[in-house]
Design a protein around this ligand. Structure first.
Ligand code: PMP
Length: 363
């Protein structure tokens, strides 16, 4: 390509051009230090000032109350799949235990990882429905003695999103927001823990945001590796080990960009508009279809199938040639997926629909 493409990758994903340009402009000499931000000490006053400003911006964007601590860690959502049970399961009434709402491949992974640390109880599952829906609330079997209930707010592979924070009878909730963090307003007080990496809706991979209610720290299992012990990380400003400084700087630029867009409320409107356009197009098409229960369709990951799968290879080749890249669905789900995170402009979705309409006409 001799130009920037529309990148529909599921993560790492597209980053706003302004953010990339600023990083490029500051690459050789950040803040007059004669060095880039990735080359300076994480404990020096310049980086610490950046770090604190980054946390402040995130707190503002997500309206994070003082009851909750923000940790910037490494190891991704996959790391937290182990860290969460190690930090929280001991709060179970009769020993380490947690409940899981299994609505897709990511919550299933969390459920399986937790089994290493205690009793992981599957309180609900939509596996029998091929993860195309969220099980009816009346079918959930929540335990009385579990420390918490884990759910995945947006299943990146299936394209299934909880429209609201689930009702778990006041039990402690843990939310995986890896693929919808900062994409709509979320009432942070409703969950004990929120976690997700930066590589979809914020910036590059390498930094994991973990938002923890302060009273939930300090109960970890003895075996917890110190880098994943939330109370230790909180006490050291997430610098028990060397933090991913460049990824944090890039996330900080991402936060500034979001603030400039009008914050989460404004970006949420745009995200809804983009998703509506694409789903409306899919619904009227005779070539493409989305298979997710309408009320649970993801605003971020729009999955679709060509009703005649013989056209798949041609669809992928032609879309790629048109500069519409990374539309192949996850191998576990098949079909196609357009990930349209915060940084995907409306124009990207419009051009995609035009291409798909034209492809359908020719098919
Ligand atoms: N949860 C969800 C919903 C995800 O989409 C992902 C990554 N695609 C993960 C967890 C794992 O995150 P990471 O790769 O940052 O460890």
């Amino acid at each position: 390509f001799d130009r920037r493409i529309f990148n529909f990758a599921a993560g790492p994903a597209t980053v706003p051009e302004e953010v990339l340009k600023q990083a490029a402009a500051e690459m050789l000499n950040w803040q007059g230090l004669g060095a880039s931000v990735m080359e300076i000490s994480h404990r020096g006053k310049e980086f610490m000032a950046l770090y604190e400003e980054t946390l402040r911006d995130l707190r503002t964007l997500m309206s994070i109350p003082e009851t909750h601590e923000i940790l910037l860690l490494q190891g991704g959502g996959i790391g937290q799949n182990a860290a969460i049970p190690m930090n929280l399961m001991p709060l179970g009434k009769n020993g380490p235990k947690a409940d899981f709402l299994v609505t897709g491949i990511w919550s299933e992974k969390s459920f399986k990882e937790a089994q290493k640390y205690g009793v992981a109880h599957q309180a609900a599952s939509s596996a029998a429905e091929k993860f195309n829906t969220i099980p009816a609330r009346s079918s959930w079997q929540l335990s009385d003695d579990a420390a918490y209930v884990h759910y995945c707010a947006n299943e990146t592979i299936g394209g299934v999103e909880f429209p609201d924070i689930p009702d778990v009878d006041g039990k402690l909730l843990v939310a995986d927001i890896s693929s919808n963090i900062l994409t709509k307003e979320m009432d942070i007080s409703q969950c004990g823990v929120w976690f997700g990496g930066a590589q979809k809706n914020i910036g590059p991979s390498g930094v994991t945001i973990v938002i923890v209610r302060k009273d939930l720290m300090g109960h970890s299992m003895k075996i917890t590796p110190s880098i994943w012990d939330w109370s230790l990380q909180a006490a050291t400003q997430s610098m028990h080990n060397t933090p991913p400084t460049f990824a944090i700087y890039m996330a900080g630029l991402g936060f500034k960009w979001l603030l400039k867009q009008g914050g989460v409320k404004a970006i949420a409107q745009r995200n809804q508009e983009k998703a509506n356009l694409l789903y409306d197009f899919l619904d009227q098409s005779s070539l493409y279809e989305n298979r997710v229960t309408k009320a649970y369709r993801s605003r971020m990951n729009v999955t679709f199938f060509l009703k005649d799968e013989n056209f798949n290879a041609e669809f992928l080749a032609q879309s790629h040639a048109a500069g519409l890249v990374a539309l192949r669905g996850h191998k576990a789900a098949g079909g196609m997926r357009a990930s349209i995170y915060n940084a995907m402009p409306l124009a990207g979705v419009q051009v995609l629909i035009e291409f798909m309409r034209d492809f359908e006409r020719r098919a």
